[in-house]
Design a protein around this ligand. Structure first.
Ligand SMILES: [Zn+2]
Length: 203
């Protein structure tokens, strides 16, 4: 039987792994993006630090916050991602969600600028994603963006991903890998939609 600290350590290791995979897959660049996971049966969330590339995330540097956004633990003294507030909103609105990935994949971000839902041009995207609504643009880390995301979460109670206008993608998962794969599928769908629009002129 693993105890709670083993469980937390393994969750941190998985966040670091998923962060690197997201970077290496081209779903994020520079020091952008942030990933978090809920600690089972608690009101606490582990989140990546601000100003650190997801490529360089190590388990020891990850930060634990509560659902009010208060820092519970930051072993290296780093600050949590400035987007932690909308991660917390996702956990508050969606009790079944245990992981959140906010990344900036280029094709999906380009479609976000159209200010309409992602065109779901493949059968798998329609089956898995059902709908990918868009969220209005505001400065990263701003209370305005937090409000936009909160409104979207309230309005679309069961979607797995949102396009964030002129910004990126917000993906929600039952676990970390699910949040990563949802983002990957959103980006692949956007890429196919782009190729299709160049071949046959739509959507
Ligand atoms: Zn962002």
């Amino acid at each position: 039987m693993t105890n709670k600290s083993d469980e937390i350590l393994s969750l941190k290791e998985e966040i670091a792994l998923v962060s690197k995979r997201a970077f290496n897959r081209g779903l994020i660049s520079g020091t952008g993006g942030n990933i978090s996971a809920r600690i089972n049966d608690t009101n606490q969330v582990i989140v990546t630090p601000t100003a650190v590339s997801l490529l360089d995330v190590v388990p020891e540097a990850l930060i634990t916050v509560d659902l009010e956004g208060e820092i519970i633990d930051s072993p290296f003294g780093l600050k949590p991602s400035k987007e932690t507030t909308f991660h917390i909103a996702a956990y508050q609105f969606r009790p079944e969600i245990n992981a959140v990935a906010h990344l900036h994949p280029p094709y999906a971000t380009a479609y976000s600028n159209k200010a309409r839902p992602l065109p779901l041009v493949t059968i798998s995207s329609r089956v898995v994603l059902k709908e990918v609504p868009w969220v209005e643009c505001a400065a990263p880390g701003s209370s305005e963006l937090h409000e936009y995301v909160k409104e979207a979460l309230k309005k679309h109670g069961d979607v797995k991903a949102f396009l964030m206008k002129e910004h990126g993608v917000l993906a929600l998962g039952g676990d970390l890998k699910a949040a990563l794969y949802i983002t990957d599928l959103v980006e692949a769908t956007a890429k196919i939609a782009f190729i299709e629009s160049n071949i046959i002129g739509k959507p």
